[in-house]
Design a protein around this ligand. Structure first.
Ligand code: PSU
Ligand code: MN
Length: 301
């Protein structure tokens, strides 16, 4: 893999590094806002004293710490594949371009020695999964790969209660940052409880260290609610989600296309409002994730 010199140096010196995914750039947001957001997220991480490492695959080579030019290319290039765990060997062997999901970003971050990863939302158990068996590979990855993922929960396009059940079965701690309620991405509340509330970054760092010191394999999910001022009206967003789900079924969209299709349709249905919320919540996660990475780096010194 190609590790950016700045990232490499920070890792060698035990300074905080935060991993970022690229599916959110190539398949999660429209150009040019995807690129602008990705660069802003990196700036937030830097301003909090950590080093960002945006991860993607170029010509079959994993890149840990993409340059701004590479991020721009990921944002506008057509045909960048959405790559989850099962796609990796093919993309590597055929030397393709791949945008990494939460699952593959975790895999590559772990191989590079990065332990904290910031994103918007994770994949989960889809509604109707008892029939379709559509369960994101992100959940399996959280079960086995040693990376802490900071996100704004999972969005209500998924079945949130089943997602929590699955994570429990897989032994993944689901924590709430300054909240005991699972955030629902565009809104701060889902009506569901997280396993534990964490009140600050240093408490979180202690939990990560306890998991590692005790050889408990797997990830940790830190859910961080969208700031109140950027929350969507639950009625508006839930209606858009329902409409998008019906449209998806009618058009026969399946498999890995589901999440990108739903995100895009919800942006259209909300006149762009959901995209603005999405951007704000990622920036907010970047701030929290950097603080966690910083506290964790102190503990490992
Ligand atoms: N949730 C979002 N935005 C995203 C994704 C999820 O709010 O861009 C992306 C992430 O990369 C996640 C992937 O890992 O979708 C999940 O896709 P699937 O459900 O096909 O596993
Ligand atoms: Mn799926």
């Amino acid at each position: 893999m190609k590790i950016n010199p700045e990232v490499k140096k920070a890792l060698e010196e035990g300074r905080p590094v935060v991993a970022l995914e690229s599916t959110i750039i190539s398949h999660g947001m429209p150009y040019p806002k995807n690129v602008k957001t990705a660069l802003e997220v990196e700036n937030v991480i830097r301003s909090h004293g950590a080093v960002p490492a945006t991860i993607g695959i170029i010509d079959g080579e994993p890149i840990v710490g993409m340059t701004p030019e590479e991020i721009e290319e990921f944002g506008k290039r057509k045909g960048v594949l959405k790559v989850s765990r099962r796609d990796l060997p093919v993309v590597y062997a055929k030397k393709l371009w791949g945008a990494t999901t939460v699952a593959t970003t975790m895999i590559i971050a772990n191989q590079a020695g990065i332990e904290v990863f910031v994103t918007g939302g994770i994949g989960g158990v889809h509604r109707g999964a008892t029939e379709t068996m559509d369960i994101s590979a992100d959940l399996q990855e959280l079960a086995k790969t040693n990376v802490t993922v900071v996100c704004a929960g999972a969005k209500a396009i998924l079945d949130l209660p089943l997602t929590l059940e699955y994570l429990e079965t897989m032994g993944v701690p689901v924590l709430g940052y300054k909240t005991n309620e699972l955030p629902a991405f565009y809104t701060s509340k889902s009506g569901l409880k997280v396993d534990y509330q964490v009140d600050n970054a240093s408490e979180m760092a202690n939990i990560i260290k306890a998991k590692r010191d005790n050889k408990l394999q797997g990830g940790i999910l830190l859910t961080n609610p969208i700031p109140h001022e950027y929350e969507m009206d639950p009625k508006v967003i839930n209606e858009a989600i329902e409409t998008a789900l019906k449209k998806m079924e009618k058009e026969g969209v399946k498999g890995k296309e589901c999440t990108p299709y739903l995100l895009k349709t919800i942006v259209e249905l909300t006149g762009g409002d959901s995209l603005e919320s999405n951007i704000k919540l990622v920036l907010n996660n970047a701030a929290v994730g950097s603080e966690v990475a910083k506290e964790y780096a102190k503990l490992r010194k």
